[in-house]
Ligand binder design. Structure first.
Ligand SMILES: [Mg+2]
Length: 225
């Protein structure tokens, strides 16, 4: 699927690509609504509905990913709440193995995430994910979400890479479409971002490579984690 000998840079999304999105989905759809219902004296159904409507309005914007924004909007301590379930933070199958194998190849690797720096810090405390890559970038650093095509030239200014020899792995198809405008040639979309949910479907299967498991792109065939 990937000719690793021709690749110089590998850019990884974090949540739903290297890490199980179950943690994030559970937080926003279960843990936070339960807390917020108690906090407001609402039923859980009321809290869920109210939060989902508010969150939906921010889809694909930087605010959607911004912990400062949500703490301000909801007037609660999101970080403390997130830490309450940090035992649920985990790699997706073969993610750690893939990252380890890439350290043996002459490629530069980076995490490029829409997650807020404070969320990345919680995940790094839990499973030390950044130790497996050369660099990590949060889109907040550039004041643009990855869905915005202007994000990619801004990233390339901070972290030079040749789009023709770069692989991007990201479970968000809008992000892949945005990266395509910058000429990133190999665009790969994990189809099982959440271990507890059915696979997602691609809107443009001709444009991107769908991946059921990261084991499909291991540089060598050692499957053990
Ligand atoms: Mg993702």
């Amino acid at each position: 699927m990937i000719d690793w000998q021709t690749i110089e840079t590998v850019l990884f999304d974090m949540d739903g690509t290297l890490l199980d999105l179950h943690y994030d989905n559970y937080f926003w759809m279960e843990h936070l609504p339960t807390f917020y219902a108690h906090h407001k004296g609402w039923t859980e159904a009321e809290a869920k509905h109210w939060l989902m409507e508010k969150i939906k309005q921010k889809y694909h914007s930087l605010d959607f990913y911004c912990i400062d924004y949500w703490e301000d909007q909801l007037d609660i301590d999101i970080i403390t709440l997130k830490k309450e379930i940090n035992h649920m933070i985990d790699f997706l199958p073969h993610a750690k193995n893939l990252l380890k194998q890439l350290t043996t190849l002459p490629v530069q690797t980076a995490i490029v995430t829409n997650a807020h720096r404070r969320t990345l810090a919680i995940k790094d405390d839990a499973i030390q994910i950044t130790q497996y890559v050369d660099k990590d970038f949060c889109s907040h650093d550039f004041h643009l979400p990855k869905e915005n095509p202007d994000f990619w030239p801004a990233l390339a200014d901070a972290y030079p890479f040749n789009p023709a020899t770069t692989v991007l792995v990201d479970d968000n198809e809008r992000v892949l479409a945005s990266a395509a405008t910058f000429g990133i040639r190999q665009l790969i979309m994990p189809l099982n971002p959440d271990s507890q949910r059915p696979a997602q479907t691609m809107q443009q299967p001709d444009n991107f490579i769908g991946l059921h498991c990261l084991s499909e792109i291991l540089p060598n065939n050692q499957l053990s984690d």
